[in-house]
Design a protein around this ligand. Structure first.
Ligand code: NI
Length: 186
């Protein structure tokens, strides 16, 4: 099932998500649906809050970004916890399915060490680096209620404010099902 993606302005994107029981009966279906929703939107990562569920769960498949190095980078992160980030912060233009039509450079540390459970329930503590680390950092932020635009300088943010307002007013367009906040309810 393809879920509509929740757009900027929805309070669920600002919440810290809660842990989910590993043996939750709907977890498998939810993971499959998240991959389906992500691929349908041509995304490389999707966090549960982006489909309106405040759960500590995200999926990634970064292969389209760098076919050689990121082969097999299809992963599920359940109840992830950031252990540490290290290395020289480097900039890269990021986008987000919840913020259609906007790409901005964000600096992130080179490496992230993260604890998580995979889809079979096994727990891992792994360090990721480079582009894979970046995708994980971006999705992890969603579970903490943080968006990539939160890192922008006031100047950069001002430059894109009109586009952000279009999203908030449900005037933006996306090439996938998206759920803007209902107008008149703010
Ligand atoms: Ni995002």
């Amino acid at each position: 099932m393809i879920y509509p993606i929740v757009a900027l302005g929805n309070p669920v994107l600002k919440e810290r998500a809660s842990e989910i029981e590993l043996n939750h009966p709907e977890l498998k279906t939810l993971i499959n649906d998240m991959f389906e929703t992500m691929y349908n939107a041509s995304g490389v990562g999707l966090a549960a809050p982006q489909i309106g569920k405040s759960i500590r769960l995200f999926v990634i498949d970064a292969e389209p970004m760098d076919e050689e190095k990121l082969k097999g980078a299809k992963m599920v992160f359940i109840n992830p916890l950031r252990v540490e980030e290290e290395g020289e912060p480097w900039p890269y233009e990021e986008g987000c399915l919840s913020i259609p039509g906007i790409r901005e450079a964000v600096k992130r540390p080179e490496k992230i060490t993260i604890q998580y459970h995979d889809e079979t329930g096994n727990s891992h503590k792994r360090t990721f680096e480079g582009m894979l680390a970046r995708v994980i950092q971006h999705e992890y932020d969603h579970l903490e209620g943080k968006l990539f635009i939160d890192y922008l300088s006031p100047f950069r943010k001002k430059l894109i404010q009109n586009k952000l307002n279009d999203i908030l007013k449900a005037k933006a367009k996306a090439e996938y099902p998206i759920r803007f906040i209902p107008q008149g309810k703010r």
